[in-house]
Design a protein around this ligand. Sequence first.
Ligand SMILES: *[C@@H]1O[C@H](CO)[C@@H](O)[C@H](O)[C@H]1NC(C)=O
Ligand SMILES: *[C@@H]1O[C@H](CO)[C@@H](O)[C@H](O)[C@H]1NC(C)=O
Ligand SMILES: *[C@@H]1O[C@H](CO)[C@@H](O)[C@H](O)[C@H]1NC(C)=O
Ligand SMILES: *[C@@H]1O[C@H](CO)[C@@H](O)[C@H](O)[C@H]1NC(C)=O
Length: 784
Amino acid sequence: MILHSTPLVKMISHVFLLCLMASISSMASTIQSSSPPSEESKTYIVHMDETKMATLQSSLAGSKKWHEAVFDSILELSAQEAREEEGEASSPQLLYAYNTVLSGFSAKLSPKQASSLEKIDGFLYSFPDVLLNLHTTHTPQFLGLKPGAGLWSQSSMASDVIIGVIDSGIWPEHESFQGNHFSPIPKNWKGKCEAGTNFSSNNCNRKLIGATAFWKGYEASGGFINETTEFKSVRDSEGHGTHTASTAAGNLISGASLFGNAKGSMTGMRYTARVAAYKACWSTGCANSDVLAAVDRAVADGVNVLSLSLGGGPQDYYADSIAIATFGAIQKGVFVSCSGGNSGPSAFTVSNAAPWITTVAASYIDRSFPTLVTLGDGRTFKGASLYVGKPTKQLPLVYGSNAGGEDAEYCQSGTLTRKLVQGKMVLCDRGFNGRAEKGENVKFNGGLAMLLLNSEDDGEELLADTHVLPGSSLGATASAAIKKYISSSKNPTAMIKFLGTVYGDPAPISAAFSSRGPNIMSEDIIKPDVTAPGMNILAAWPPSLSPTLLASDKRHVSFNIISGTSMSCPHVSGLAALLKSVHFNWSPAAIKSALMTTAYTVNNRNSSIIDISSGSPATPFDFGSGHVDPERASNPGLVYDITPNNYLEYLCSLNYTSKQMSAFARRTYRCSKRSVRPAAQLNYPSFSVLLSSDKPNSVSTHTRIVTNVGAARCKYTVQVRQPNKVTVNVVPKVLDFSKIGQKLSYKVTFVGNGRKGQSGYSFGHLIWTCNEFTVRSPIAVAWQ
Ligand SMILES: *[C@@H]1O[C@H](CO)[C@@H](O)[C@H](O)[C@H]1NC(C)=O
Ligand SMILES: *[C@@H]1O[C@H](CO)[C@@H](O)[C@H](O)[C@H]1NC(C)=O
Ligand SMILES: *[C@@H]1O[C@H](CO)[C@@H](O)[C@H](O)[C@H]1NC(C)=O
Ligand SMILES: *[C@@H]1O[C@H](CO)[C@@H](O)[C@H](O)[C@H]1NC(C)=O
């Protein structure tokens, strides 16, 4: 709830962009139900059998493209039916043909045309298009990256890596994307710099090497691009895409800050990487058909890493465009990092959870923007804000019916009464509208300050916002105390003091908004995979936009601080690009394995990373394998590799039909008994174990193969922390490697001795160690 209505909102809801979208399932259904009656055309994403399309293409001998021939057939079939019913056939409208990461097309089709697809040879299945949502000065130090050393040494930073960012576009003039000091664009780069509204092909340079915008799907699904506020080009009018691109790969810029907060050098994780911007997200979301077109293009253009800070709710993989398109990407060796969504802290909310995707959760860094709120009775509470200014006076406090009419507690537009609010500090509950927007409403009505109150569900999570008046967020405990104070005191007052930027907080902490596992689509794989900085992150911002995105906010900034898994995802994209620099030939699965097995689970105080929503130690369903540690990931010792074919065999274990399989495989694919690979046999770097609580001694056996990428000769020994009521047996207990590249396998047996009716989850881990190498896998046991 927080996020959705967030203000910074909208940002954050956009920001969190896609990720946020997560509640998408509800959104998607709204969109579908509000779509026109059944007689009207709708956009469909259509999956075709690659083999048959290739045959068709060669039979056409160059006279036309396969999708044109398919279109002719659709027209013919639907015209026949129309004649029979004496109706008029409208032409199907092609949006995109997809050739690189999937085989198929998107098109606007009438119901008749859509049903005629069934009769076309090579048709697999189709889905109506839906909209998805968009879900750093300091983060490199926090991540342990050091100028001139390790991954940031000159030699590793010199190679060419291209990061494709699929988002709301980019602000090309920003210092973060200047390319004067870059070497010429790599010869094998096939991308273009497409001109459009307020964007010319000269806006690209040796840093920003590609720019393409996709809006056909958005418009076909009823999305409206208002050209006075949005650019029909890759130019960013949301801020989100500029922010994420600079986090992954922005140039190193000294003296960045937001009104003096978070001052320092701002740099992308892989600041020497090239950037290609693919704009598929517009003011109300991102159409699946456009996102597919963007991924298809990016992979054809030659990106090495793809960053997607957007998504819908959890979806079956065969119906999930991001899952299908990114499978095509990893088959071509492209690493894919996606935000897990901002729908936490409820369980089963994580999206973008296909096993080949690196799914990123969000956590706090050790930097905060505290405030001190002092009540008239002398009690003080810690809050957070990016407002910069002098402390307020002790101001009279008003709330709810003392501040206005119905819903005044949310400080929505039109609910506050000027007479009641003028000259006061107003309490506003979170929810329903943006956080900064609440402050705007208070200010419009003559209020002097605002306290933004967390609900119990929001917990102690303190989002810092650039309020348009003195304002501070407060955690649930403080909020409850202040409400009690205001109802029991005759003249309640409070003051806010702004403390600026503070470093050295306990961190990381799992953010409450970050979407949580288990993975509802396949509980047999732990998701998210890792966590990375996503709370109050400073990065580039289009100078034409205000930090709150509120129309009344006339401030302009070059850097902004926002939060979301949208922010953590590009950190991992940039880190993957760093790992690519030193291990260019590693598969996407190997890079992901390195990030996972070297992740840490203790904070900077040497105690467990805490989940802020519960105050308890975070679990693999909050942060996967833990917090990324790039320097260790560059030398992980062992990796768990997975081939694209292994993933297909895994999909067979989900009982996918031959048509669904063929869409992923891009050839006629039937699962045979022998080719089924349950998750226990997928070489995943973590263990999700499903045990029965009804049968004593329920057993689950998993096999894994590790590849030696560390020291040629190394004898790894295993160490296990057994989950509660589970006996874990590893065979063998020693893996004795004698050369680089050598693969050794091991088997793990989990025996459940839970009592009858045991429910919930138990956690543990398994670690292989040799000298400096520790290769850790979390274990999550689900009692079923
Ligand atoms: C178009 O881009 C330029 C930068 O080249 C910018 O200064 C200008 O404000 C933009 N136009 C609009 C309408 O935002
Ligand atoms: C486009 O945006 C402008 C500025 O916000 C607004 O005044 C105008 O009404 C919008 N146009 C449409 C057609 O919605
Ligand atoms: C951190 O804690 C562990 C276990 O509690 C202990 O063994 C280790 O020595 C501690 N490390 C530091 C640096 O304090
Ligand atoms: C797949 O089908 C088998 C056999 O019918 C069944 O046991 C299994 O639970 C199914 N798996 C899933 C993920 O639906």
